[in-house]
Design a binder for this molecule. Structure first.
Ligand code: CO8
Length: 257
């Protein structure tokens, strides 16, 4: 499939989505939003894909929503079109998605990264929610996901001032899982994604589902939900294969990959 604003390539069992508007630091316009969602939905029903990586360029993962596209719009227009509402589909998808971030991840770019299941970043990454400087506010989870990930103090400071966080601070705060040297970021993200894609999909999808749900329900409900999913996995061929392979001291060959 060919797109105008992104590249989508199969790398083994991984779909690599590269945001590709380098001349505007991958600013997210309506076409790009539609194409990212379309590529993710296609991956969801593609048996050859077990994990997705979303990345940008060395200079920018994405510098936010496209300001030039937003500038002429007024309330009625964005309300009727439910501007940015399409992005709600991303966290509802079920296959694991990794954000590999180098350079700027600002505004909608930071929010897109936070919609992914986890963020690997390079030492050049800069995260921020600068919407306040434009007289607006985050609209794709910046006040919600960022607060859950890094806590109210940091989220509030970042959202109210628009200051950027370095990669080191982002790792310390729990926004990213790991920081790697810039030149190694993509290889590392693809390696991690290939590892995940080699596992049983019912297992990775259930882990993702339960982990995400932990942000929305009580601890007791979450633990009960987790246990039900675990018990359900005892019904899969891959559970049988995984356990017998361990006992026979060989690598498992999962059927549902
Ligand atoms: N939108 C449109 N164009 C952009 C954007 C953007 N967000 N960011 C950069 N560009 C363009 C610049 O206009 C410039 O274009 P040109 O060469 O034609 O002048 C080109 O990219 C290169 O940018 P700079 O010359 O500014 O590069 P610098 O290295 O000097 O600065 C910065 C890099 C600091 C990242 C700077 O470009 C910047 O501050 N960008 C804007 C960041 C921002 O405010 N982002 C938030 C946008 S609002 C938002 O995301 C709302 C979210 C609501 C929901 C989101 C749904 C997707």
């Amino acid at each position: 499939m060919t797109y105008e604003t992104i590249l989508a390539e199969h790398r083994g069992r991984v779909l690599l989505i590269t945001l590709n508007r380098p001349e505007v630091l991958n600013a997210l316009n309506a076409t790009m939003a539609g194409e990212i969602v379309e590529a993710l939905v296609a991956a969801e029903i593609d048996d050859a894909i077990g994990c997705i990586v979303i990345t940008g360029s060395d200079k920018a993962f994405a510098a936010g929503a496209d300001i030039k596209e937003m500038q002429p719009k007024g309330f009625a227009e964005v309300y009727v079109a439910d501007q940015f509402g399409l992005w709600d589909r991303v966290p509802m998808l079920r296959k694991p998605v990794i954000a590999a971030v180098s350079g700027y991840a600002l505004g909608g770019g930071c929010e897109l990264a936070m919609m992914c299941d986890f963020i690997l970043c390079s030492d050049t990454a800069r995260f921020g929610q600068p919407e306040v400087k434009l007289g607006i506010m985050p609209g794709m989870g910046g006040t919600q996901r960022l607060t859950r990930l890094v806590g109210q103090a940091k989220a509030m400071e970042m959202n109210l001032t628009g200051r950027m966080m370095t990669a080191e601070e982002a790792e310390r705060a729990g926004l990213v899982s790991r920081v790697v040297p810039s030149a190694e970021l993509l290889d590392e993200a693809l390696k991690v994604a290939e590892t995940i894609a080699g596992m049983s999909l019912p297992s990775t999808m259930s882990i993702r589902d339960a982990t995400r749900r932990s942000q929305e329900i009580s601890l007791a409900e979450g633990v009960r939900y987790e246990r039900r999913l675990l018990q359900a996995l005892f019904g899969t061929d891959d559970k049988a294969e995984g356990m017998i392979a361990f006992i026979e001291k060989r690598k498992p060959v999962f059927k549902h990959r």
